[in-house]
Design a protein around this ligand. Structure first.
Ligand code: MN
Ligand code: MN
Length: 314
């Protein structure tokens, strides 16, 4: 019998453990097929802060999650051993030291044959995760869902910030650029050519407007066909969704994806060789109803449901 989320008939949902989905906590990733990890980082943000509280609030809203997916029939806890291995002890006084600490933490996690699902935290955290992932898998394919390209050369003169991770990842050779898909980009730019830097390097950019009034499923079918069985990392910024659905974030942009399109995108990753995923930029101080964290908790469950090796009850 694999680890199971603690059920609502064993302990009221408003009580009991504070882990993701009320799963058992584990001290390391040893013996796990997938694990949840919190990265309580917000010192890489450029506007509203508060994502340091993201992991704790996502876990709090995850108490309502039950173990089966009622549409896809995924039963992740039938076949995968899953636990919450806690938070990365970042240095909240030093962003660069935090980035080093995150990389070292994931180096340790990835010694095991485990797929980490990360609760953010601002988007800076994806760079050290990709550094660690690339050591194990080589240059990665990437599905990056975001309102922003996060390819700034610098922010206020700094190399490392939440708007630069994919620029640095490209420069460091962590990505296979022809296998990078950026979905949901929109809003205002510093120049009209901001997204072209990515296109010129081989990334596929799908702006939010290209998905207005339509399903994201055909796009995901194309991405699956294009990526085949390459190792893929999924990085999902909650601000890819419209602020109507996800107001609790630091750099909101209007005209974004719907919750339904977010589900289509993540469910559309079923069949990819996902090596890990993150859900970033949930800022609880701007999320007074908890809806953004609730959405994030559900999207993380959906990510778990599409990992390789998950079985389905059909
Ligand atoms: Mn981002
Ligand atoms: Mn963003």
């Amino acid at each position: 019998m694999k680890n199971q989320p603690l059920g609502g008939n064993e302990m009221p949902r408003f009580a009991g453990p504070g882990t993701m989905m009320r799963l058992p906590a584990a001290a390391s990733a040893a013996g796990l097929d997938a694990c949840f990890i919190g990265v309580p980082l917000d010192i890489g943000t450029s506007n509203r802060s508060g994502t340091r509280f993201g992991p704790k609030q996502i876990r709090a809203e995850s108490v309502l999650l039950r173990p089966y997916n009622m549409w896809t029939r995924a039963a992740p806890f039938d076949s995968l051993q899953v636990a919450d291995i806690g938070d990365v002890p970042i240095n909240t006084f030093d962003l660069k030291d935090s980035v080093r600490r995150i990389e070292a933490f994931y180096d340790d996690v990835l010694q095991h044959d485990v797929r980490p699902l990360t609760l953010g935290g601002d988007h800076t955290l994806t760079l050290p995760i990709l550094r660690s992932m690339a050591k194990k898998h080589g240059p990665l394919a990437l599905v990056h869902v975001d309102a922003h390209a996060d390819i700034n050369p610098h922010m206020f003169g700094e190399d490392i910030a939440h708007g630069t991770p994919f620029r640095r990842a490209f420069e460091e050779g962590l990505l296979a650029p022809e296998h990078v898909f950026q979905i949901g980009l929109r809003g205002t730019g510093y120049t009209a050519e901001d997204f072209d830097w990515a296109r010129e390097r081989g990334f596929t950019v799908v702006q939010a407007e290209e998905l207005w009034h339509r399903s994201a499923s055909p796009l995901m079918a194309k991405i699956r066909e294009s990526l085949g069985d390459r190792p893929v990392y999924l990085s999902f910024d909650i601000d890819s969704l419209d602020p109507a659905y996800a107001p609790g974030t630091g750099t909101p942009e209007i005209g974004g994806l719907t919750t339904i399109q977010a589900l289509e995108i993540i469910r559309g990753c079923h069949g990819l060789s996902l090596v890990g995923a993150d859900l970033v930029e949930v800022s609880p101080p701007y999320d007074p109803q908890g809806n953004t964290a609730l959405l994030a908790a559900n999207l993380l469950f959906e990510m778990l449901c599409v990992l390789p090796g998950v079985t389905y009850r059909v």
